[in-house]
Design a protein around this ligand. Structure first.
Ligand SMILES: [Fe+2]
Ligand SMILES: [Fe+2]
Length: 475
């Protein structure tokens, strides 16, 4: 079951060949997917040989295979984690019943919505990142970008498989629509806000993979608890791919910090304007990028009080992060959760029914997880003997969804007037000038083993290769 069949047109470990109708439907979707990849995938890079990993099985050691591949020839396919014959629904009103192998009729619309919303983020991020290959700081980074891109493409396959297999004609139509929406398009945008933002430069890319791919981690973990077993199994395997994406983000930002700190130490310069003359990204600019990506990403968890979240949980469709590791009744009726509210111009805690607060629960888990990397980035600065520290802004800062939408709140959590916000926002969110400066640094570095001036080389390469390995052959 864990071994993947690469001999068929669509690699899979779900015995696709035994379901000819499904196989044919997916084989019809395949050329449309490849057209989308040609149009919206990494620009000008389709002929490169890229050192990519391909899954050989869905066990933890299943990433054994690395080799140079042209991206359009990447073996996208359908890989589900091994089934557990005794698996139960572990939460909600169906708790204790056998996990569903087919979509229960009464939950069909909600499940479809969950799968489509998740599926939509996958091609969206490829679209957001499609021009970054033109300004890669090294072959190593270019390879990482492409690895992330092909795997987001595979995540789309994962959701499309579920739609085709379990949702009939509606599912096939949704699968087509996933190839038709476009990130940032005025008429037919992607579903979620953060996936319509631009990812214009590599600092934005690293912040995106640190924060927004981490949103993916939490959403996928919640879906890996689902009572709908095929969804649980497919998201479980997607999580093994997601881990690398977050590594690209965390190590990318860390290397930017390392390079900046090295230059600060060598020159004794601390003033951001003077540092920019050295061609590195000053730490306050890094903080402003961080503030933007963090606040946009935590909006993705949805409204802090949500009856949909309660329904998704109670009907066994979407659990909490690490649901089965928690020791409560996993039904949550009568439970309470503290969320923030605004009262007389200040933020105050208030208790609400836990079931309605499950978006906030997942957001808070995400926030805790995000803090880890900030600590490790600060260690790099501390080691350099510098006083600057990066921080996560307050969760009410720059929010556009839920209670805080439309409210002006400083990064340290103070509610303020529109006038004060306008006077200070340039200190808190990346400005046009910041973005123009970072954009100006982005030159393409293609020579094997060379790295752009604004980023330190990694400590070790991919798959234990040296950092000056030929990760991309440009042909
Ligand atoms: Fe993904
Ligand atoms: Fe990802």
């Amino acid at each position: 079951m864990s071994t993947i069949d690469y001999s068929s047109k669509i690699p899979n470990n779900v015995n696709l060949g035994e379901d000819r109708t499904l196989q044919r439907a997916l084989e019809q979707w395949l050329p449309n997917y490849l057209d989308w990849w040609q149009d919206m995938g990494p620009s000008g890079s389709q002929n490169f040989d890229v050192y990519l990993r391909t899954a050989t099985s869905t066990t933890p050691d299943g990433w054994a295979h690395f080799g140079h591949v042209k991206m359009p020839d990447y073996r996208w396919g359908i890989f589900l984690a091994a089934p557990d014959a005794d698996r139960k629904i572990n939460f909600g009103e169906h708790k204790g019943e056998a996990a569903w192998q087919d979509v229960p009729g009464e939950h069909r619309a909600n499940l479809r919505r969950i799968i489509v919303t998740q599926g939509d983020t996958e091609p969206a991020s490829v679209e957001q990142q499609r021009h970054l290959g033109n300004t890669a700081p090294s072959q190593y980074d270019l390879r990482n970008l492409f690895q992330v891109n092909v795997e987001e493409g595979r995540h789309l396959w994962a959701m499309v498989y579920l739609l085709h297999k379990h949702f009939g004609r509606d599912g096939r139509e949704e699968a087509e629509a996933l190839l038709e929406r476009r990130s940032g398009d005025a008429d037919n945008p992607r579903i979620l806000g953060a996936f319509n933002e631009e990812t214009p430069d590599w600092l934005a890319f690293f912040m995106f993979t640190y924060f927004t791919d981490r949103d993916g981690k939490f959403q996928l973990n919640a879906l890996a608890e689902s009572g709908f077993d095929p969804l649980a199994r497919t998201t479980k395997f997607m999580l093994t791919e997601e881990a690398h994406h977050m590594f690209v983000g965390e190590s990318g930002v860390s290397r930017v910090i390392q390079r900046t700190c090295d230059v600060m130490k060598a020159t004794g310069i601390e003033d951001p304007a003077e540092l920019r003359k050295q061609g590195v990204i000053d730490l306050p600019t890094l903080q402003r990028y961080l503030n933007f990506h963090y606040s946009v990403t935590i909006d993705l968890f949805g409204a802090d009080q949500s009856s949909n979240a309660a329904i998704f949980y109670s009907s066994g469709l979407k659990g909490r992060y690490e649901e089965t590791k928690r020791d409560d009744d996993h039904v949550l009726k009568g439970g309470a959760y503290k969320i923030l509210d605004v009262k007389d111009g200040a933020l105050v805690e208030k208790e609400v029914p836990l079931l309605n607060a499950l978006n906030e629960v997942l957001r808070d888990d995400f926030i805790k997880d995000s803090a880890g990397g900030i600590g490790r980035w600060n260690k790099v600065i501390e080691k350099a003997g510098l006083a600057f520290r990066l921080t996560l802004p307050h969760k009410a800062f720059n929010r556009h969804i839920g209670t805080f939408a439309g409210l002006r709140v400083s990064p340290d959590g103070r509610v303020m007037s529109e006038a004060e916000w306008a006077a200070k926002v340039d200190q808190w969110l990346a400005t046009e000038a910041d973005r123009a400066y970072v954009a100006a640094l982005m030159g393409r570095v293609v020579d094997t083993g060379k790295y752009a001036n604004w980023i330190a080389p990694p400590m070790i390469g991919i798959n234990k290769q040296p950092v000056d390995f030929e990760y991309v052959r440009f042909n």
